[in-house]
Design a protein around this ligand. Structure first.
Ligand SMILES: [Zn+2]
Ligand SMILES: [Zn+2]
Length: 324
């Protein structure tokens, strides 16, 4: 298996970009950076690289085993050369991004996978260093198995890993408040800072939206797209904020919480604490994102299902009626 990781080569770029954004923040948005928060994010980035080096071998072994059962060969001569014919690359990249959408969506809807992915969301700030906040425990979720269909199709594990690396590099630059909107055509097809700010928001309207990696089209296709609004300030982070910069707590808090819940739950509910969405509880004592959104909609009448009208529009019309 060829040992090439595009993300490693991108590290100097990451560092320069973070420093540049820090300068921007100092001038334009001093609250965008908080030193301790940035340090935790950087530690996450470093630690996830170590965890990947230690545990990634299991995924590689699983993929190489699955590759033996591939359906097609994309090699230049119809053989199995891993670098394949040129057109296999863009196809692999797009399919890998589709895979990313689903593994990411599962990461938000299955608590066992959320226990790892929550790390990426636990910062209350949104800046380029947040992009480096990558989980240490991703291997324990077996999320890598989502790539097995690609391997079985005949894409070599090395090719998928390289596509995944470029996918991650793409996602770096969208973690910023410095860019408001990209050109309209770009916002239509690609994931952007605007779309991904929505993903990191805890506002009820934005919960569990915009799972995309590179192409936002998946959210549009599968009904999880939400556009960013200019009339509502974003609150970043998670529903129950960490309230601490303790690195180990930041890494393991959701695993600990989940295991405690399983421990305490009656037998017939134990599995649900593993497999159901975050916030689910057998006695209804907590709220899932769906419940939070429903409560918010009931309270504000937001996104009127029949008229499709926004809260702001409704308020404007209501105010107009009162004036008239
Ligand atoms: Zn996420
Ligand atoms: Zn992100």
């Amino acid at each position: 298996m060829p040992d090439f990781s595009p993300t490693e080569y991108a590290v100097p770029l990451f560092v320069v970009a973070v420093l540049a954004e820090m300068v921007w923040a100092r001038l334009r948005a001093p609250e965008a950076y908080e030193p301790q928060d940035t340090l935790v994010s950087l530690a996450f980035g470093l630690g996830s690289t170590v965890a990947g080096a230690l545990l990634g071998g299991f995924a590689v072994a699983a993929f190489l085993a699955a590759y033996e059962y591939r359906l097609f060969d994309f090699g230049p001569d119809g053989n199995s050369a891993w670098w394949a014919v040129w057109w296999a690359w863009p196809v692999c990249f797009v399919l890998d991004d589709l895979k990313y959408y689903w593994v990411h969506r599962a990461g938000h809807r299955i608590r066992w996978m959320w226990a790892a992915h929550v790390n990426h969301h636990s910062s209350q700030h949104y800046n380029l260093s947040t992009a480096l906040r990558q989980t240490w425990t991703g291997m324990f979720t077996f999320g890598f198995l989502f790539a097995v269909p690609l391997v079985l199709l005949g894409f070599h594990p090395a090719m998928i890993a390289i596509c995944g690396g470029f996918n991650l590099i793409y996602q770096f630059w969208i973690h910023t408040e410095a860019i408001k909107r990209m050109p309209r055509w770009f916002e239509a097809v690609m994931n952007t800072p605007s779309h991904h700010r929505v993903h990191h928001a805890t506002n009820p309207r934005y919960l569990d939206r915009n799972y995309a990696g590179v192409f936002i089209i998946w959210d549009r296709m599968f009904g999880t797209f939400e556009a960013e609004r200019d009339d509502e300030a974003i609150r970043y982070g998670i529903i129950k904020q960490l309230g601490s910069f303790n690195l180990l707590w930041a890494v393991f808090h959701e695993w600990i919480g989940m295991i405690a819940d399983i421990w305490r739950a009656p037998w017939r509910h134990k599995l649900s604490y593993l497999l159901r969405e975050p916030g689910w509880s057998h006695d209804g004592s907590r709220e899932t994102s769906d419940m939070i959104r429903a409560r918010w909609q009931a309270r504000t009448g937001a996104q009127d299902a029949t008229s499709g009208m926004s809260v702001a529009d409704r308020n404007r019309i209501a105010a107009g009626h009162e004036a008239a």
